[in-house]
Design a binder for this molecule. Structure first.
Ligand code: SF4
Length: 296
């Protein structure tokens, strides 16, 4: 029998064993953090990439057994040569799995895509893109009557964010991280859950490949050489030389999280312009929209 994976403790896994291990670990995370409560309507933030596909598959498996339906939402920010490919994969995956997929285009919603915005606003692409995505994800989660939004964040993503916040002197921002977010309650803020939280990027890649999902492992062109990718390379190098580095980082972060969450966070208000949740009087999305309009 061929071995597809060897873990940190040198334990070997065949294909069937690895799939069992992966799904059991994600399901344990769902149970441990109460991610799926009675009456929950789960919406998966779909990109068509490996992480969102694995997340959707795991939730779809659980919900189908209960006779419930999973919904998925994809935000199309119009990155050429990237988003068009992931949309194709997302459509195929959702059709195969019988998941209802809603696609929201920023061009339709705001009258501009990321590339238009970048021509006018001299901002970091990920800052604008992240703001548009978070805004629309929450807005459409409400429209679709979702009670929780499942994202495909894996252990590597979280370890990178923890370090990025640390390096930038934004440690208090890390209190918003963790397997289940949305610690500050607000009727319009839909909680985020991360079932792949304790699974590494490598494990997600192996899982989606073994399952035969059509996933394009292409990276967003804006991800090259940004802060996150630099941290990612450093962490991968450390993990390669000192196995267990990423797990150690996340385990100690989880231990510290309750203390971090005692830090006073800004309350969530309603944006005075669009009424969506915001920590300021005017939300970041409305500020971007105003800046964009002023440059027309
Ligand atoms: S890497 Fe940046 S620009 Fe690309 S999809 Fe992610 S947030 Fe958007």
């Amino acid at each position: 029998m061929s071995i597809v994976y060897i873990d940190q403790s040198k334990k070997e896994y065949t294909k069937a064993q690895f799939i069992r291990y992966f799904e059991a670990k994600a399901q344990r995370t769902i149970r441990k953090y109460n991610m799926l409560e009675k009456g929950d309507k789960i919406l998966v933030a779909m990109s068509g990439g490996k992480d969102s596909v694995a997340t959707a598959h795991i939730f779809n498996k659980i919900l189908s057994k209960r006779g419930e339906k999973l919904q998925a939402l994809l935000i199309d920010e119009g990155i050429p040569g990237y988003r068009d490919l992931t949309i194709k994969d997302a459509k195929k995956f959702c059709k195969d799995e019988n998941i209802e997929l809603t696609i929201v285009s920023t061009k339709k919603e705001f009258k501009f895509g990321l590339m238009d915005a970048l021509k006018k606003l001299k901002d970091n692409p990920c800052t604008i893109c992240g703001t548009m995505r978070r805004y629309l994800l929450n807005k459409y989660a409400q429209k679709l009557k979702a009670t929780k939004v499942a994202t495909g964040h894996n252990l590597d993503d979280e370890a990178q964010t923890v370090l990025m916040n640390q390096y930038k002197g934004n440690v208090s921002l890390s209190s918003k991280l963790g397997p289940i977010t949305g610690i500050v309650e607000h009727e319009k803020f839909i909680k985020r859950i991360k079932p792949l939280y304790f699974l590494t990027e490598k494990e997600v890649t192996i899982y989606t490949t073994l399952k035969g999902f059509q996933v394009n492992f292409i990276e967003c062109p804006n991800a090259k050489d940004n802060f996150r990718s630099t941290i990612r390379d450093q962490l991968n190098d450390l993990e390669h030389r000192f196995a267990g580095t990423k797990n150690g980082l996340i385990n100690s972060f989880i231990e510290q999280l309750p203390k971090l969450r005692k830090t006073k966070l800004n309350a969530i208000l309603n944006c005075k312009s669009c009424s969506e949740p915001s920590t300021k009087d005017i939300c970041t999305m409305c500020i971007i929209l105003k800046k964009y309009d002023s440059k027309v």
